[in-house]
Design a protein around this ligand. Sequence first.
Ligand SMILES: C[S@@+](CC[C@H](N)C(=O)[O-])C[C@H]1O[C@@H](n2cnc3c(N)ncnc32)[C@H](O)[C@@H]1O
Length: 434
Amino acid sequence: MELIIEKLVHRGAGLGRIDGRVCLVPRTAPGDRVRARIVRERPGWIEGELDELLSPGPDRVAPRCPVFGRCGGCQWQHLDAARQPFLKADILADTVRRLGHVELPAPAVVSGPPWGWRGRIELHASPSGQLGFFEAGSHRIVDCADCPIALPRLSSLIPPLRERVARHPPAGSTTVEPVAGADGSIVVVVRGCGSGLPVLAAQVRELPGVSGVILGVAQRAGTRWTTSGQVRVPWTVPGPEGPLTLQLDSRGFSQANPGLNTALVNAVVSAIGPEAPGQVLELYAGAGNLTVPMAARGLDVTAVEVNGPALADGRAAVRALGRSARFLPGRVEDVVRSLDRQRFDVVVADPPRTGLGPVAAALVALAPRRLVLVSCEPSTLARDLRVLTDGGFTVQAATVIDMFPQTWHIESVLTLTRGDPRDGPGRPDAGPVV
Ligand SMILES: C[S@@+](CC[C@H](N)C(=O)[O-])C[C@H]1O[C@@H](n2cnc3c(N)ncnc32)[C@H](O)[C@@H]1O
């Protein structure tokens, strides 16, 4: 079937039409004329696969990586890197309109270097001695000698890691995750099962550039952790008078793109507004990536996080600053219910891909003046915005921060207010928040 790609949609595929019916074709670009094969008829749309590029659209470029198309890590190397953030802004607005029936203000766009940005990479090792990334949608391993989206020091660790895994293959499927610290260090987290894993971990520890190894061996009673060398990695966040450093446990969540983290934090802080915002409730706080910059600016923060070690890291970082914040352990769904009698002026929420879900209705009940919502998944954001706007919030501003170049993943920061929509945050002339 021949079709012309009109635009890109959620999850990054190109949209064309066959006899008026929508056909989604991965690895195409707007304006491409392609021959596509029908893979499956879905309710309301057709799943297609690119057979032949007949003529390229203006945003199409040659992919840089030899395993592009097989490796599950990147989906967008065929698109001009300079255009990717703008294509993401269009997809964000389109997805929120289509799934949530909410109209966003035109998103602002922030981007950084399109290559060499990933600060942690998840490699997989097999009993046959292979090491690489998973193929898209499968657990087959793609052998690769490097990774152009990883920080160069992580990418250049791939060949020696492959060599060690080939010599000491694990007994079962194993992940090998090098995590880069802001000081140039690398801590490798090795997780899997089998008695041979400590030998592999010891071999990894000897590699030049590796500052520490954390080994997690799955056992009936749970994962048994042992460490060798450095365990935590330094992580930089912007403070009011310059960068601040946190020490993160490499096993916990950290933003994948350390180079754009400052932009993310600044977007959140400026969305809160320039004036004293009163009480701030931060949901899904992780190890304090947003908590510390807010506390450093003297904000009165209550942070909620389910991961105990991450919460302890955040608490230690705030204390080391000589500042204070309240840390509440537990699931946001549960903790928020216990807060219903307290007043918060601002809520900052940075949920995982699943989004706020039932927490969106709880935020309507909590009724803060403003809400700063960080999302890494437009489809769950669309669902949450439906609930929030029905509950009286108005979206004032949206920013796409291209934290994941060469992939279809979209990170955004939205500012919402209740009450008079002209009383908006994130606007240069926004007045006091309280
Ligand atoms: C996208 S991360 C954001 C972390 C932090 N804001 C940052 O920038 O690094 C989401 C965080 O939510 C936590 N989390 C996931 N589900 C949760 C839940 N139901 N209740 C509380 N925290 C949760 C995870 O442990 C993770 O730290």
